[in-house]
Design a protein. Structure first.
Length: 317
Protein backbone atom coordinates (compact mmCIF):
# COMPACT_ATOMS: atom_id res chain seq x y z
CA UNK A 1 0.00 0.00 0.00
CA UNK A 2 2.89 2.35 0.69
CA UNK A 3 4.14 1.87 -2.87
CA UNK A 4 0.63 2.62 -4.17
CA UNK A 5 0.53 5.83 -2.17
CA UNK A 6 3.90 6.91 -3.54
CA UNK A 7 2.83 6.22 -7.10
CA UNK A 8 -0.46 8.07 -6.79
CA UNK A 9 1.32 11.10 -5.39
CA UNK A 10 3.82 10.99 -8.22
CA UNK A 11 1.18 10.69 -10.92
CA UNK A 12 -1.13 13.39 -9.58
CA UNK A 13 1.48 15.95 -8.51
CA UNK A 14 4.33 15.41 -10.94
CA UNK A 15 3.38 18.05 -13.53
CA UNK A 16 3.05 20.76 -10.88
CA UNK A 17 5.86 19.81 -8.52
CA UNK A 18 8.58 18.85 -10.99
CA UNK A 19 8.24 22.01 -13.02
CA UNK A 20 8.24 24.15 -9.88
CA UNK A 21 11.68 22.64 -9.30
CA UNK A 22 12.87 24.13 -12.56
CA UNK A 23 12.08 21.47 -15.17
CA UNK A 24 10.30 23.09 -18.16
CA UNK A 25 7.09 21.41 -19.30
CA UNK A 26 7.86 21.34 -22.99
CA UNK A 27 8.52 17.66 -23.68
CA UNK A 28 6.30 16.24 -26.41
CA UNK A 29 3.92 13.33 -25.88
CA UNK A 30 5.97 11.24 -28.27
CA UNK A 31 8.86 11.24 -25.83
CA UNK A 32 6.62 9.99 -23.05
CA UNK A 33 5.51 7.12 -25.28
CA UNK A 34 9.10 5.91 -25.43
CA UNK A 35 9.08 5.35 -21.70
CA UNK A 36 5.81 3.45 -21.35
CA UNK A 37 5.95 -0.17 -22.43
CA UNK A 38 3.34 -2.89 -21.67
CA UNK A 39 4.82 -5.09 -18.95
CA UNK A 40 2.92 -7.95 -17.26
CA UNK A 41 2.50 -7.05 -13.61
CA UNK A 42 1.82 -9.30 -10.70
CA UNK A 43 0.10 -6.82 -8.39
CA UNK A 44 -1.44 -3.39 -8.07
CA UNK A 45 1.60 -2.21 -6.16
CA UNK A 46 3.87 -3.12 -9.06
CA UNK A 47 1.56 -1.36 -11.50
CA UNK A 48 1.82 1.81 -9.50
CA UNK A 49 5.58 1.59 -9.13
CA UNK A 50 6.16 1.22 -12.86
CA UNK A 51 3.66 4.00 -13.62
CA UNK A 52 5.50 6.27 -11.22
CA UNK A 53 8.80 5.25 -12.72
CA UNK A 54 7.51 5.95 -16.22
CA UNK A 55 6.20 9.35 -15.17
CA UNK A 56 9.51 10.33 -13.65
CA UNK A 57 11.33 8.92 -16.65
CA UNK A 58 9.34 11.22 -18.92
CA UNK A 59 10.18 14.15 -16.67
CA UNK A 60 13.84 13.22 -16.66
CA UNK A 61 13.88 13.04 -20.46
CA UNK A 62 12.37 16.52 -20.57
CA UNK A 63 14.85 17.63 -17.93
CA UNK A 64 17.75 16.43 -20.04
CA UNK A 65 16.37 17.93 -23.24
CA UNK A 66 15.38 21.32 -21.95
CA UNK A 67 16.39 22.00 -18.38
CA UNK A 68 19.36 22.64 -16.08
CA UNK A 69 20.70 19.11 -16.14
CA UNK A 70 24.25 17.79 -15.87
CA UNK A 71 24.37 17.49 -19.61
CA UNK A 72 24.11 21.28 -19.94
CA UNK A 73 27.50 22.40 -18.56
CA UNK A 74 28.31 26.08 -18.36
CA UNK A 75 31.32 25.65 -20.61
CA UNK A 76 29.12 24.60 -23.53
CA UNK A 77 27.81 27.94 -24.71
CA UNK A 78 24.92 26.65 -26.78
CA UNK A 79 23.66 24.43 -23.97
CA UNK A 80 23.62 26.96 -21.13
CA UNK A 81 21.95 25.71 -17.95
CA UNK A 82 20.49 29.18 -17.39
CA UNK A 83 18.53 29.15 -20.63
CA UNK A 84 14.83 28.27 -20.38
CA UNK A 85 13.90 28.33 -24.07
CA UNK A 86 13.24 25.03 -25.89
CA UNK A 87 16.59 25.30 -27.66
CA UNK A 88 19.62 26.57 -25.81
CA UNK A 89 21.80 29.36 -27.24
CA UNK A 90 23.91 28.34 -30.22
CA UNK A 91 27.62 27.73 -30.20
CA UNK A 92 29.71 30.84 -30.54
CA UNK A 93 31.42 30.87 -33.95
CA UNK A 94 35.08 29.80 -33.94
CA UNK A 95 37.78 31.76 -35.78
CA UNK A 96 38.08 30.94 -39.49
CA UNK A 97 40.94 28.98 -41.06
CA UNK A 98 43.55 30.77 -43.13
CA UNK A 99 42.42 31.52 -46.68
CA UNK A 100 43.93 33.38 -49.61
CA UNK A 101 41.62 36.37 -49.26
CA UNK A 102 41.44 37.42 -45.59
CA UNK A 103 39.10 40.32 -46.33
CA UNK A 104 36.55 38.12 -48.08
CA UNK A 105 36.95 35.50 -45.40
CA UNK A 106 36.19 38.07 -42.70
CA UNK A 107 33.11 39.33 -44.53
CA UNK A 108 31.67 35.84 -44.90
CA UNK A 109 32.42 34.99 -41.30
CA UNK A 110 30.63 38.14 -40.09
CA UNK A 111 27.61 37.22 -42.20
CA UNK A 112 27.72 33.69 -40.80
CA UNK A 113 27.77 35.00 -37.24
CA UNK A 114 24.88 37.32 -38.00
CA UNK A 115 22.79 34.41 -39.28
CA UNK A 116 23.44 32.42 -36.10
CA UNK A 117 22.50 35.43 -33.96
CA UNK A 118 19.32 35.90 -35.99
CA UNK A 119 18.46 32.21 -35.62
CA UNK A 120 18.82 32.52 -31.86
CA UNK A 121 16.53 35.56 -31.85
CA UNK A 122 13.89 33.87 -34.03
CA UNK A 123 13.88 30.78 -31.84
CA UNK A 124 13.37 32.88 -28.74
CA UNK A 125 10.26 34.22 -30.49
CA UNK A 126 9.13 30.64 -31.23
CA UNK A 127 9.70 31.11 -34.95
CA UNK A 128 11.15 27.64 -35.52
CA UNK A 129 10.87 27.75 -39.32
CA UNK A 130 12.63 31.10 -39.47
CA UNK A 131 15.41 29.92 -37.18
CA UNK A 132 15.90 26.80 -39.26
CA UNK A 133 16.11 28.83 -42.47
CA UNK A 134 18.82 31.06 -40.97
CA UNK A 135 20.83 28.05 -39.81
CA UNK A 136 20.65 26.47 -43.24
CA UNK A 137 21.86 29.72 -44.79
CA UNK A 138 24.68 29.72 -42.23
CA UNK A 139 25.71 26.29 -43.52
CA UNK A 140 25.94 27.74 -47.03
CA UNK A 141 28.23 30.48 -45.71
CA UNK A 142 30.30 27.96 -43.77
CA UNK A 143 30.87 25.95 -46.96
CA UNK A 144 33.25 28.73 -48.00
CA UNK A 145 35.72 27.38 -45.45
CA UNK A 146 35.42 23.74 -46.51
CA UNK A 147 33.42 20.66 -45.52
CA UNK A 148 35.89 19.79 -42.77
CA UNK A 149 36.20 23.28 -41.34
CA UNK A 150 35.26 24.34 -37.83
CA UNK A 151 32.48 26.68 -39.07
CA UNK A 152 30.89 23.81 -41.01
CA UNK A 153 31.00 21.45 -38.02
CA UNK A 154 29.58 24.16 -35.77
CA UNK A 155 26.81 24.91 -38.28
CA UNK A 156 25.83 21.24 -38.51
CA UNK A 157 25.84 20.92 -34.73
CA UNK A 158 23.62 23.99 -34.32
CA UNK A 159 21.08 22.81 -36.90
CA UNK A 160 21.08 19.33 -35.38
CA UNK A 161 20.21 20.81 -31.98
CA UNK A 162 17.22 22.62 -33.46
CA UNK A 163 16.03 19.50 -35.31
CA UNK A 164 16.36 17.32 -32.21
CA UNK A 165 14.32 19.73 -30.12
CA UNK A 166 11.72 19.81 -32.88
CA UNK A 167 11.44 16.02 -32.73
CA UNK A 168 13.13 15.50 -36.12
CA UNK A 169 15.76 13.05 -34.92
CA UNK A 170 16.22 11.25 -38.23
CA UNK A 171 17.28 14.52 -39.85
CA UNK A 172 19.57 15.41 -36.98
CA UNK A 173 21.50 12.12 -36.94
CA UNK A 174 23.58 12.56 -40.15
CA UNK A 175 24.42 16.14 -39.18
CA UNK A 176 25.75 14.95 -35.82
CA UNK A 177 27.73 12.15 -37.48
CA UNK A 178 29.46 14.69 -39.74
CA UNK A 179 29.99 17.25 -36.97
CA UNK A 180 31.46 14.66 -34.59
CA UNK A 181 33.87 13.36 -37.26
CA UNK A 182 35.13 16.84 -38.12
CA UNK A 183 35.45 17.91 -34.50
CA UNK A 184 37.27 14.72 -33.57
CA UNK A 185 39.80 15.32 -36.33
CA UNK A 186 40.29 19.06 -35.77
CA UNK A 187 39.56 19.67 -32.09
CA UNK A 188 40.59 16.30 -30.69
CA UNK A 189 38.79 13.13 -29.57
CA UNK A 190 38.30 14.30 -25.98
CA UNK A 191 37.56 17.97 -26.64
CA UNK A 192 34.51 19.22 -24.78
CA UNK A 193 32.59 20.15 -27.95
CA UNK A 194 33.53 16.83 -29.56
CA UNK A 195 32.11 15.07 -26.51
CA UNK A 196 28.93 17.13 -26.77
CA UNK A 197 28.43 16.09 -30.38
CA UNK A 198 29.04 12.42 -29.58
CA UNK A 199 26.68 12.43 -26.60
CA UNK A 200 23.99 14.13 -28.65
CA UNK A 201 24.53 11.59 -31.43
CA UNK A 202 24.04 8.67 -29.05
CA UNK A 203 20.96 10.35 -27.55
CA UNK A 204 19.53 10.86 -31.04
CA UNK A 205 20.11 7.22 -31.90
CA UNK A 206 18.31 6.21 -28.73
CA UNK A 207 15.35 8.42 -29.68
CA UNK A 208 15.27 6.66 -33.05
CA UNK A 209 14.98 3.26 -31.36
CA UNK A 210 18.60 2.27 -31.99
CA UNK A 211 19.22 1.22 -28.40
CA UNK A 212 22.26 -0.96 -29.10
CA UNK A 213 24.01 1.71 -31.16
CA UNK A 214 23.19 4.28 -28.50
CA UNK A 215 24.55 2.04 -25.73
CA UNK A 216 27.82 1.58 -27.63
CA UNK A 217 28.05 5.32 -28.24
CA UNK A 218 27.48 6.20 -24.60
CA UNK A 219 30.08 3.66 -23.47
CA UNK A 220 32.58 5.30 -25.82
CA UNK A 221 31.69 8.73 -24.44
CA UNK A 222 32.19 7.54 -20.86
CA UNK A 223 35.66 6.22 -21.73
CA UNK A 224 36.54 9.54 -23.36
CA UNK A 225 35.25 11.42 -20.34
CA UNK A 226 37.49 9.35 -18.06
CA UNK A 227 40.52 10.30 -20.16
CA UNK A 228 39.43 13.93 -20.28
CA UNK A 229 39.11 14.08 -16.49
CA UNK A 230 42.68 12.81 -16.17
CA UNK A 231 44.18 15.31 -18.59
CA UNK A 232 41.92 18.37 -18.23
CA UNK A 233 42.29 19.04 -14.54
CA UNK A 234 41.12 22.66 -14.84
CA UNK A 235 37.69 21.57 -16.04
CA UNK A 236 37.32 18.39 -14.03
CA UNK A 237 34.33 19.52 -11.98
CA UNK A 238 32.33 20.45 -15.08
CA UNK A 239 33.28 17.15 -16.68
CA UNK A 240 31.89 15.32 -13.65
CA UNK A 241 28.52 16.91 -14.35
CA UNK A 242 28.70 15.78 -17.95
CA UNK A 243 29.62 12.29 -16.81
CA UNK A 244 26.60 12.10 -14.51
CA UNK A 245 24.26 13.00 -17.35
CA UNK A 246 25.93 10.57 -19.71
CA UNK A 247 25.63 7.78 -17.13
CA UNK A 248 21.88 8.34 -16.89
CA UNK A 249 21.45 8.21 -20.66
CA UNK A 250 23.71 5.17 -20.96
CA UNK A 251 21.57 3.42 -18.34
CA UNK A 252 18.44 4.00 -20.42
CA UNK A 253 20.04 2.35 -23.42
CA UNK A 254 21.36 -0.50 -21.27
CA UNK A 255 17.91 -0.98 -19.76
CA UNK A 256 16.36 -1.31 -23.21
CA UNK A 257 19.02 -3.84 -24.27
CA UNK A 258 18.48 -5.98 -21.16
CA UNK A 259 21.64 -4.96 -19.31
CA UNK A 260 19.87 -4.15 -16.06
CA UNK A 261 22.81 -4.74 -13.72
CA UNK A 262 25.06 -2.44 -15.76
CA UNK A 263 22.28 0.15 -15.86
CA UNK A 264 21.88 0.04 -12.08
CA UNK A 265 25.64 0.45 -11.61
CA UNK A 266 25.73 3.50 -13.85
CA UNK A 267 22.73 5.09 -12.16
CA UNK A 268 24.17 4.61 -8.68
CA UNK A 269 27.38 6.27 -9.86
CA UNK A 270 25.37 9.15 -11.30
CA UNK A 271 23.53 9.59 -7.99
CA UNK A 272 26.85 9.63 -6.13
CA UNK A 273 28.35 12.24 -8.45
CA UNK A 274 25.35 14.56 -8.16
CA UNK A 275 25.21 14.18 -4.37
CA UNK A 276 28.89 15.07 -4.06
CA UNK A 277 28.65 18.00 -6.48
CA UNK A 278 25.28 19.50 -5.59
CA UNK A 279 24.19 18.06 -2.26
CA UNK A 280 21.72 15.46 -1.04
CA UNK A 281 18.69 17.68 -1.68
CA UNK A 282 19.51 18.81 -5.22
CA UNK A 283 16.70 18.54 -7.78
CA UNK A 284 19.37 17.25 -10.18
CA UNK A 285 18.86 13.92 -8.40
CA UNK A 286 15.30 13.57 -9.76
CA UNK A 287 16.42 12.07 -13.08
CA UNK A 288 18.89 9.44 -11.79
CA UNK A 289 16.61 8.47 -8.88
CA UNK A 290 13.56 7.99 -11.10
CA UNK A 291 15.58 6.00 -13.64
CA UNK A 292 17.02 3.90 -10.82
CA UNK A 293 13.52 3.18 -9.53
CA UNK A 294 12.47 1.75 -12.88
CA UNK A 295 15.61 -0.38 -13.27
CA UNK A 296 15.23 -1.73 -9.73
CA UNK A 297 11.59 -2.62 -10.34
CA UNK A 298 12.51 -4.44 -13.55
CA UNK A 299 14.89 -6.57 -11.48
CA UNK A 300 12.12 -7.41 -9.02
CA UNK A 301 13.51 -5.16 -6.27
CA UNK A 302 10.17 -3.51 -5.53
CA UNK A 303 10.96 -2.15 -2.06
CA UNK A 304 14.12 -0.43 -3.31
CA UNK A 305 12.22 0.87 -6.32
CA UNK A 306 9.53 2.39 -4.10
CA UNK A 307 12.22 4.04 -1.96
CA UNK A 308 13.83 5.57 -5.02
CA UNK A 309 10.44 6.86 -6.19
CA UNK A 310 9.76 8.36 -2.78
CA UNK A 311 13.11 10.15 -2.80
CA UNK A 312 12.46 11.57 -6.25
CA UNK A 313 9.07 12.84 -5.11
CA UNK A 314 10.53 14.46 -2.02
CA UNK A 315 13.08 16.29 -4.14
CA UNK A 316 10.27 17.97 -6.10
CA UNK A 317 8.28 19.18 -3.07
Amino acid sequence: MRAIGHALLLRSRLAQKVFCAGIPAVQQTATFAICVRPIPLASAARRCVVAAGAAFLAASLSYRENGPHALSPDWLAHCSSSDTSPVSPLLDPPPPPSVDDPEENSKILDRWRARIAQARLLWSKLDVAGAEEELRLAIEDAAHFGKKSAPMATSFLNLAQLLRRSGRHAEAEPLLVHAAAVLEENAGPNNKVTLLALIDLAATQFSLGKAQEAATGFEDCLERLSLAEETQTHGREALRDVRAGCLVQAARAQRDTGKLVEAETNLREAVSIVENRWGMDSTRLVAPCSELAQVLWMQGLCREAAAACERALQLTT
